[in-house]
Design a protein. Sequence first.
Length: 343
Amino acid sequence: MATLLIAFDDFPEDVRLLKEPSSVIGPNTVLSTDVVIVGGGNAGLIQAARLKALNVDFVVIEKNPQTGDNWAKRYDCMRFHIGKNYCQMPYLREHLLAGRQSTNCLETSFSGIFSASRREFDLGPRVLNSSTVKATSFDEKAQTWKLNLIVEGVEKSITCRALIIATGSGFSTHTFRCCRSRAFKGPSLHSSSFRSGKELSVIVIGSANSAFDVLEDCHNAGLTVQMIQRSPTYVIPMRYYAHPQGLGIFDVVSTEVADAMINMGPVAIVGQLPGLVHAALAAEEPKLNDAGFRALDSKKEDLIDHLHSRAGGFVVDMGTGGVDLIVRGTAKSLWRFWAKELT
């Protein structure tokens, strides 16, 4: 048995409010609101739209100059490694369906969706861009939060009744220890700083989504690329996502019904259900292991566990050639390669 919270009696949703002009925060250094959202990315902007539809006052704290820059400033070939049917921006379904000929979101289209939601719902006036949180405190007596901020170089403070942290999960910029060697004179970039492979000779360290994006981009730029794999990788062909018994259910029933079906069950059980579907399709997986790449047995893996516990360790085969480069031997994969230094 599960309980799904759909609405609040005291705060009925009215989507017509999304089209109403938002009040400007103003230049005051001492601010107050009902809800503060730290982070203006996916979750932050979606939550902002939801609160506006509930007629709840809010302020978004975003470190970048514009909401959506967390995608727009990534590498040129970046993709959102999941189908559009599962990551539609609430209240913007028509905007996403306009690009229906593609089943996945590119970085450019996804950042454009942020721009569209900011424009269509007039969320910009409620966002403090180029802002960071310096400190937080909670007043037990008043039951309110206080945040000390730096907003475009100016110190400000804001109090609120509820604080939402929407800064993402599981992200940290780990770099390979050899790349910090003084003997290595070339550029050493984490994928968060990578733009394109047009002028680079590349060794890609890692074997998950970003690594394959970079591998494919560098190959398309005419480079010889090697991938260093440090641990086995769970490989999920994109067509698995589209299966109606998995996340493809969003193409079969309404978003409201699909959300309930996907999210209501215990994580330990829900994660095993798409795994059963993947296992049934696994017979057609590319022969990556024969090419020296260590792919985990998808019949035994749990996608939800990779998402929630590991926050990574898997790659979605987008069907655009990245995984096939390894299978055909065009790009080499080195298993558990540990060099003392790179020169």
